[in-house]
Design a protein around this ligand. Structure first.
Ligand code: NAP
Length: 331
């Protein structure tokens, strides 16, 4: 093992308390949904992971189905842990999730205790870990009683397989119910992971208030709308972009890059330039301006993107005029 992280790795990252818990997360985290699968280049993935840790990113976000193929991002992460990062396990927050389809038959998806417990066991094996720091229920299940799903999260913590639990993609009403049940069981809901970006503002309509009132954190995902909130698509679709990759599994597709969206991107890009930022940096700073956001999860395909995005921490203030202009563009 010859990876020696920088002794200065904690100097420039900001750490934010996750709700009212004891756990702090870096303002920027790294997600492994895409770019870390079996179809991706392992050495590139490994370099991104090392760079992230070297820059104070202590929080790594996974899920059972990340890849493709499903499960392979956890395998990649396990391999990189073994090669480089395992000596620093206690400096890292590793999260995984279950909720989406993983295996055949009635126990391979959604929210039963049967599925959640076995999925986490599989995830731990793939990563070569004894426990994760946070285990999430990935999406609400319309059929399984919420009591059962929350009891499974509570059980997993009591088994020592996760230190904390969270939920993802639950609306504000479902979140209130889930948080209440978990509190009654003595396993508080640490965090909600929600899609949030300049193009996707649903959390502002109640979820962030519910989380704040209940002392839970909010971790934002797809902060660049999968790359749309950058200047990369302004001159067409680059061959090495997610939109050109045909990866499936919810990845950005070229049909979603409409003229209307590009017009907004162009206008936002001008504001970013006036602020001395790239559009990607401004899109991240814009999310972090809200203190209720604990962390923003980055998804990067190259180490250079990570280096670029980290600079958003240098300018998180927005004038009222800038915010008004941004709102007008997004309306
Ligand atoms: N809970 C959930 O249901 C859920 C769902 C989705 C995601 N997530 C989590 O959130 C993480 C991030 O999601 P995401 O990958 O959609 O995030 P994102 O930040 O919106 O998109 C990432 C993509 O943006 C581009 N990019 C990143 N940095 C850039 C920069 N500085 N300049 C220009 N382009 C840049 C890259 O595109 P190219 O690949 O084209 O280079 C990259 O792959 C995931 O890995 C996962 O951990 C959770």
């Amino acid at each position: 093992m010859d990876f020696l992280p920088s002794p200065q790795r904690y100097d420039s990252m900001e750490y934010r308390r996750c709700g009212k818990s004891g756990l702090k997360l870096p303002a920027l985290s790294l997600g492994l949904w895409h770019n870390f699968g079996g179809i991706d280049h392992y050495e590139n993935a490994r370099n991104i992971l090392k760079l992230a840790f070297d820059k104070g990113i202590t929080h790594f976000d996974l899920a059972n189905n990340y890849g493709p193929p499903a499960g392979s991002a956890e395998e990649t992460f396990g391999r990189a842990l073994k090669q480089d990062l395992l000596p620093y396990r206690d400096e890292m927050v590793v999260t995984t999730k279950a909720g989406y389809h993983m295996w055949q038959g009635p126990y391979g998806e959604w929210g039963s205790k049967k599925y959640l417990v076995s999925s986490l066991d599989q995830s731990l094996k793939r990563m070569g870990l004894d426990y994760v720091d946070v285990f999430y229920h990935h999406r609400p299940d319309p059929e399984t009683p919420l009591e059962e799903t929350m009891a499974a999260l509570d059980l997993i913590v009591r088994q020592g397989k996760a230190l904390y639990v969270g939920i993802s993609n639950y609306n504000a009403t479902e979140t209130e119910k889930a948080v209440e049940m978990l509190r009654a069981m003595g396993t508080p809901c640490l965090v909600h992971q929600a899609k949030y970006s300049m193009f996707e503002r649903w959390v502002e309509g109640g979820l962030l208030d519910v989380l704040e009132q209940n002392g839970a954190g909010c971790v934002a995902f797809s902060p660049l709308a999968q790359g749309l909130l950058s200047d990369k698509y302004l001159k067409g679709i680059p061959a090495d972009s997610r939109a050109a990759s045909g990866r499936g599994n919810g990845a950005l597709e070229s049909g979603r890059i409409t003229e209307g969206k590009l017009k907004q991107v162009l206008q936002l890009n001008e504001i970013a330039q006036q602020r001395g930022q790239s559009l990607a940096q401004m899109a991240l700073s814009w999310i972090l301006k809200d203190p209720r956001i604990t962390s923003v999860i980055l998804g990067v395909s190259k180490p250079e993107q990570l280096t670029d995005s980290l600079k958003c921490l240098e300018n998180k203030e927005f004038s009222t005029e800038e915010l008004q202009k941004i709102n007008q563009i997004l309306d």
